[in-house]
Design a protein around this ligand. Structure first.
Ligand code: GDP
Ligand code: MN
Length: 406
């Protein structure tokens, strides 16, 4: 589960990681007054207007803007709330922006990268840091991997103070910056473990220029990205409360409600399968025969007829779908339940022109528990399923559906 930057900033602040103050708006009309509030609270005319969406690359896309007056804040808000954001992380269709953060702006002496995530190679939570932080971090990791520092977390105790000090020195922090950076790293490690994060990222972590009061500057977090383990959110009501359904794919949310695992993809062959492994094998086999899956859909081990009906609705709501392949290996799942689900879905499905039934080719491969009863049901419902082709095995099914859409 992902959260917004403004929520991440609050979370960081609750773990004593210093973050400039800010407020969230949803309307252009609130931009000027909110700018004035933030500016007067922080005692600076510099503020930053930032699109709140579950995707990064905002800076480069023009959705992070520094502003110095109520008018500039309003102009930035107007731009961000009336244009879709297209960044390297959104795909060409872009994302609609409905919330903006207006935060106190800071002067930056240097930008660092700081994150904790799981390193699959070592199977450890790992602190990742770089003195070359900011909007080009992916490029740094790719072109100059030596500039990336890694420190594994102790599985139970988290990051140790000696590790944080070593990383701080290697990043080039000096004087009072060192203890500030160490504190931030240790707090981030505590946050990561206590809240069951899968990623906790501050990019950039910055140091402000020296002033009379702060001759070494201040170390601050000015961006926050968090991702949480979905299997652990049940024990974090506070994190659950941060869930924003408007940022999720509506079809995927609907599928979740019916206990279906659905992920939309770019192809034109809808897949309805029981079991995640079988669903992946099905997608591979479709590709092997030259086709492209339109989705991953696992109806699970014990789907009801209603869930199967819903699964068809979700698949067919995608206009790109030109054919459907059903691949069921009945273990706990009974083939006759699936067959009845297919029939119900076809009888109840209404096309845009008002006619009933599936128009797209449907290839069904059933095997396992109650398969004879399932096949019998489908045979008897032939008039409701004019586009149905039965397949003998997975390869046969893939071949038939690819031919049907081709
Ligand atoms: P992202 O591009 O989505 O990761 O958005 P960020 O919040 O990281 O902002 C992108 C960049 O904008 C940062 O790397 C900074 O260079 C710049 N930026 C953001 N906030 C401020 C600020 O308060 N002051 C200054 N001077 N630059 C900022
Ligand atoms: Mn960033």
């Amino acid at each position: 589960m992902k959260i917004h930057e403004y929520q991440g900033r609050d979370l960081l602040a609750s773990y004593n990681v210093p973050v400039p103050p800010g407020r969230v708006i949803e309307s252009i009309d609130d931009a000027a007054t909110t700018y004035k509030q933030v500016a007067s609270e922080a005692g600076t005319s510099l503020a930053v207007v930032k699109a709140q969406v579950h995707a990064g690359g905002r800076g480069k896309a023009g959705f992070v803007k520094l502003v110095r007056s109520p008018q500039e804040a309003e102009d930035a808000a107007r731009f961000m709330l009336s244009n879709k954001m297209v960044s390297v992380q959104t795909g060409p269709e872009g994302l609609e922006v409905t919330k903006l953060l207006i935060a106190a702006g800071v002067d930056i002496e240097h930008e660092y990268y700081l994150a904790i995530t799981t390193d699959r190679a070592t199977r450890r939570h790992t602190l990742i840091a770089s003195a070359e932080g900011g909007v080009e971090i992916e490029k740094v990791a790719h072109e100059n991997p030596d500039a990336i520092i890694k420190a594994p977390l102790h599985p139970l105790l988290g990051l140790q103070p000696y590790q944080a000090r070593e990383v701080a020195f290697r990043l080039g922090f000096r004087g009072k910056q060192v203890s500030q950076a160490v504190k931030i790293m240790l707090n981030l490690s505590r946050l990561f473990l206590e809240k069951d994060c899968t990623i906790a990222e501050i990019n950039p972590l910055i140091v402000t220029p020296a002033t009379g009061a702060d001759p070494d500057g201040q170390v601050l977090a000015i961006d926050a990205k968090f991702n949480f383990d979905d299997n652990a959110t049940f024990r974090h009501k506070d994190i659950q409360a941060l869930f924003d359904p408007t940022e999720e794919n509506p079809a995927e949310l609907k599928a979740q409600k019916f206990g279906l695992s659905y992920i939309a993809l770019d192809g034109n062959i809808g897949c309805l399968v029981n079991g995640a492994g079988l669903a992946m094998a099905t997608m591979d086999t479709i590709k092997l025969h030259g086709g492209e899956p339109a989705n991953f859909l696992d109806v699970g081990g014990s789907a009801t007829e209603e869930a199967v009906t819903e699964a068809f609705k979700i698949i067919l709501a995608d206009n790109a779908v030109k054919g459907i392949m059903v691949n069921i290996f009945g273990g706990i799942m009974q083939c006759d339940i699936i067959a009845q689900g297919i029939i119900n879905a076809a009888q109840g499905y209404e096309n845009a022109d008002g006619s009933k039934g599936f128009k797209v080719p449907l290839v069904v491969r059933l095997e396992g528990t109650n398969v004879e009863a399932g096949r019998e049901l489908l045979k008897n419902a032939a008039s409701d399923l004019p586009t149905l082709q039965a397949a003998t095995d997975l390869g046969d099914a893939a071949e038939k559906v690819v031919a049907a859409v081709g």
